[in-house]
Ligand binder design. Sequence first.
Ligand code: ADP
Ligand code: MG
Length: 422
Amino acid sequence: MWFISCAFVTSRTSSESPAAVTTVVPQAEPAMSGPNYVTQSTAGSDTDPFFDLILNDDLANNAWPTKLTEYKNSGDKLSLMGQAMTPEIFDKYKDKKTKSAGWTIARAINTGTCYPTSFVGCHAGDLESYHLYSDLYTPVIENYHVGYKLDGSMKHITDMDVSKIEIDLTPDAKSKIISTRIRVARNLAFFPLNPGNGRERREEIASLLQKVFDTLEGDLAGTMYLHTSMTAEQTQQLVDDHFLFRGKDKMQAASGYHVQWPHGRGIFHSHSKEFLCWINEGDHIRIISMEKGGDVKRVFERLSRGIKAIEDGVRKVTGEANIFMSDPVLGMVTCCPSNLGTAMRGSVHILVPKLIASLGFEKLDEIARTMNCQVRGSSGEHSEVVDRIDISNWRRLGFKECDLIQDMIRCVNKMAEMEDNA
Ligand code: ADP
Ligand code: MG
C-alpha cells in the first residue's frame, strides 16, 4: 500500500512526555538546524520513531544515501522524491543551506529515504527551499500537481468568493451527507516552516496565535487549547469527534513534524466548533470550517471569512504587512509539496454502504480520480472504510478554490446517483 507522507495515524496524548532525544552532531557539514535528532544507527530504546526525528545515517553525514540507490535498483515504485533525486543533484546542493530555516538537501529528503513507500518523500523548511533546491522540488511538484508547470508560464490565483460556486448538491446527495469540512493550510511568512522548527519557535507561533484568536468576533469567536494543558481524555475526545489532529506518523516524524511533541501544538475552536484552527501540526495553521449536513456554500463562506479574520488579526498583532507565506507561482507555501497552491481540501462524509460493498474503496477512489477527486476513510487519511467515505478535491495548485469545490460537488452528486442505482 502507498502512503502519502503528509498523513497521520494515531495519538500520543498530552500526558506523555516527549521522548528523550540525544543530540548527535554529524561528522560533516551541514550541521542540522532546528530540532534535535538521532541517526538510524544511534536511535536507542528511548527514541520513538512515531515522534522523534531520526535521520538516515548517510544523510546525517551529508552523503548520498546508498538506500536510495538500492530503491532505484529494486524496480519498486519510488516516491516522487526518489524519482527526482540523483547523486548529481545531491552533490550540487549538499553544501547549501537556506537562510531562514538552515534547510539542507539532506533534511529535505529524509522521509523518502527512510520510508520508500512514502508517496511524496520530501519536505521544505521555508519558501527559499523550493527555489534553492529546484532540481528536486520542480519535478516533484509537477508530478504531483499534474498539468501545472513551474516554467513561469503559469501563475496561481486565489478566489474564495462563494458566489462563484454556481452548482449545488442534489437533494438526493444532500440526504446522504453526514458532514462537510473544508480546510486550508497557512504558514506565517516571518517564521520558517515547521520541519525546521523546534519547541521554542513553535511556542512562539502558538502564543502569537493565541493573541490573534482573541481578536475574533461573532460566530468565529472561541477558545484555544494547548496540547500541554489538555487532559488525555480531552484530546482523545476531540480526535474522536473529527476535530483534532493526532500526531504519531513515522513518515511525518522523519521530516521533523512531531519533534518535541506536544509542545507548541494546540487547537482553537469557535463555541459551536464550526470554525477551528489546528496549531503547529505540519503547517503553522490549518484553518477549518465544518458542520453537520451538506451546506457546502455555508461552510465555504465561513472558511473564507475565517481566513481573512486570521490574516487581519495577525496583521493587527504583529504589524507585519505580508502575513501568509506565498509565491506567485507556488501559491500558498506549505511544508509538504502536495499542499501547495490553494492548500485546500474540501470534503463531505457521505453514506454509500451499497457502493462500498459492491465496488470497494480502491475502485471508488479510482472513479473519484476521473472527476479530479479522491476518496478517504471517514477517520482521516488511511483510515478504515465501513459505511461512509470522505470525498474531496484532489487538485490544489493552479485552480481557484471555488472551482475545486465545484469538482467535489460534481463528484459527490455522481456517487450519490451511483449509490441509488447500485
Ligand atoms: P486533512 O489532513 O486533509 O485535514 P485528514 O484526512 O487527515 O484531513 O482528516 C483530518 C480529520 O478531519 C479526521 O478526523 C477526519 O475524520 C476529519 N474530517 C475530514 N473530512 C471531514 C468531514 N467532511 N466531516 C467530518 N470530519 C471530517
Ligand atoms: Mg491530514
